[in-house]
Design a protein around this ligand. Structure first.
Ligand code: CTP
Ligand code: ZN
Length: 157
């Protein structure tokens, strides 16, 4: 492949850790939030935004040295970037590559925009959404009130 075209020269390789590639363009900062990478963090993090990609036109990349990502974080990333690939890097080599998988339901990850939804009341009920995908568009339907969410990234906790 043409690495310059794919944008992989935009940021250097990492030694050990995780590369999240093929993130929807412009969503890298949201991925950092999901990973809990905040101002003052000590991890070495490389970010590329809006770099050229053959498959996607433009994409974002996040590389975190020394970090492995948990399943719950992967579900959140899948919701905002269903085509993201997760590359585990060991001694500069890709030791494992997989795509995120869109979960069929998520609990406690999205907040319901309906103020009258029971999940927004004083009741101790966790949010629950059913995830539907048609082509590139992903939507979530509240299990309790049926409200549909189309811009998932606005409601990811
Ligand atoms: N990568 C990295 N550090 C390494 C090895 C790889 O940061 N030591 C990054 C690459 O820059 C790329 C991603 O991890 O963004 C996946 O690497 P690789 O599988 O070699 O690249 P591609 O073939 O482009 O991957 P894909 O087929 O998923 O597009
Ligand atoms: Zn609801």
């Amino acid at each position: 492949m043409d690495s310059a075209k794919e944008g992989s020269l935009a940021v250097s390789k990492i030694k050990c850790g995780t590369v999240i590639d093929h993130i929807n363009a412009g969503k890298a900062l949201l991925v950092l939030r999901i990973l809990g990478i905040k101002p003052g963090c000590s991890e070495r993090v490389l970010i590329a935004m809006n770099v050229p990609s053959k498959k996607m036109g433009k994409k974002d990349i996040v590389k975190v040295e020394g970090k492995y990502i948990g399943e719950k974080e992967l579900d959140r990333i899948a919701l905002i970037s269903p085509n993201a690939t997760i590359n585990l890097i060991d001694e500069y080599e890709v030791s494992e590559k997989r795509r995120v998988e869109l979960p069929s339901t998520v609990e406690g990850i999205l907040t319901c925009p309906n103020k009258n939804c029971i999940t927004n009341s004083k009741e101790p009920i966790k949010s629950k959404f059913h995830i539907r995908r048609s082509g590139e568009s992903v939507r979530a339907v509240c299990h309790y009130c049926g409200r549909k969410i189309y811009e998932l990234d606005k409601y990811v906790v």
